[in-house]
Design a protein around this ligand. Sequence first.
Ligand SMILES: Nc1ncnc2c1ncn2[C@@H]1O[C@H](COP(=O)(O)OP(=O)(O)O)[C@@H](O)[C@H]1O
Ligand SMILES: N[C@@H](CCC(=O)OP(=O)(O)O)C(=O)O
Length: 379
Amino acid sequence: MNEAGVGRASLSAARHVVVKIGSALLTDNGQGLDEPAIGRWVDQIVELRRAGIKVTLVSSGAVAAGMARLGLTVRPESLGELQAAAAIGQTRLVECYEEHFERHQCQTAQILLTHADLSNRRRYLNARSAITSLHGFGVVPIINENDTVVTDEIRFGDNDTLGALVANLLEADALIILTDQEGLFDADPRRDPNATLITEADAHEQRLVDVAGTGGVLGRGGMATKVRAARLAARSGAQTVIASGHQPNVLSRVVAGECVGTLLTPHDAPIAARKRWLAGQLKSRGTLTIDAGAARVLAHQGSSLLPVGVRAVEGDFRRGDLVVCVDLEGNRVAKGLVNYDVDDARRIMGKPSSEIERLLGFVEAHEIIHRDNLVLLDA
Ligand SMILES: Nc1ncnc2c1ncn2[C@@H]1O[C@H](COP(=O)(O)OP(=O)(O)O)[C@@H](O)[C@H]1O
Ligand SMILES: N[C@@H](CCC(=O)OP(=O)(O)O)C(=O)O
C-alpha cells in the first residue's frame, strides 16, 4: 500500500466496483456473444454482491451481438448501419445478462448513456441518483453507451472511458476492466511474443502511454484508452485493474487483492466531487487566453481566475458553460465553468474586478472562473 492508501491489499476493502467487460472478450470469435462466458461473469458478480460489494457493470457487445443477428461478418462502416446493429444487439445483450442473473434471483436494469448525459451537471446528478437507487433495490445496473443516438463528435466510442466516468460518477473504489489479455504488457503481446506483463504502476507513469497500443478487430480503444481510463478513474481516487476475463474467478481474485492483471493506482488524494465532474468533461464552448501571472497562480496557488489575467476570449459560450484556459503559448492550463457570457467576458478581460460593475452594469462574480469550478489539466 502506498501513501495514498492504495495497492492490492486495499482492494479487499472495496465496497463498490465498476466492472467493464469489453467487446474483444464478449464475442465468441466474432460470432456473436459468448453466452457461457457471460454466465461465468454473472456468477462472479453475484459472488461479489453476496460479499456486500456493490457492482455496476459497464458492458460492450451491442454492435457485436447485432452483427451476429444480422448475419454480418464485417463491422459495418456506415454510422446508420452501426447504430442499427447496436439497437438490435443491445436487446440481446441485456436479455442474455438478465437470463443469467435470474438464475440467482437477481434483477438487472439497463442504462444507456451518452456523453451529454454526463456533461450536463443536472443529468449527471440524475444518473447518479437513479443508479444509487437501483443499488438500494439490490438491482445490478448494466450500462452501455446509447450508440443509436450518438454521432462521431459526441461519442465516448470506447467503453473504457465510459467505465471511468461511471467510476467517477459513483465514487467507486475500483474500476476493473476485463479484456482479452492478461493485462497491460510492455508491448502489444499480439505483436511481440516477448512482451511481459506490468503488474503494478502509477496510472500517471509516462511509460504506460508509450507501451499501450490500439485494439483488435472487435475492440475499440485497445490499451491506450484503458490507460487513459485509469487516469480518469484516479481523479476520484479509484484504482484500476486491467485483467483477463478468461481467468477463472478473476473478479473475486482481484477484489481479494491477489496479484492478477495490471493494477494502476492513483497518486493524488481524490479531488472534490464537482471537480471530478469537471475533469470528465470533454467538450468546451470557448477558450480564455491567460497571461503568465494568471497561469502561475492557477497552477501553483489554486487561485480563481480573475478578469485581469485574461488576454483574449474566443468561442460562443454562456455563463455556466465549460471553457478551456490556455497560456500565451497556447498550452492548455485549466478548464472550468465560466461566470460570464462571451460578450461580457470580452468587455471585462484585462480589467480589475472592481471595474466589472462600471463596465457591465452588474456583477455576477469577482472571478471569471471560481477556483471551485476550475480544474487543472495535465501538461
Ligand atoms: N501494451 C499492450 N498490452 C496488452 N495489450 C495491448 C497492448 N497494446 C495493445 N494491446 C491490444 O489491446 C487489445 C485489447 O483492447 P481492445 O481490443 O480494445 O479490447 P476491449 O474490447 O476488451 O476493450 C488486446 O487484444 C491487445 O492486442
Ligand atoms: N458501445 C459499443 C462498445 C464500444 C466498444 O467496443 O468498446 P470497448 O469494449 O471498450 O472496445 C457496443 O456495445 O458495441
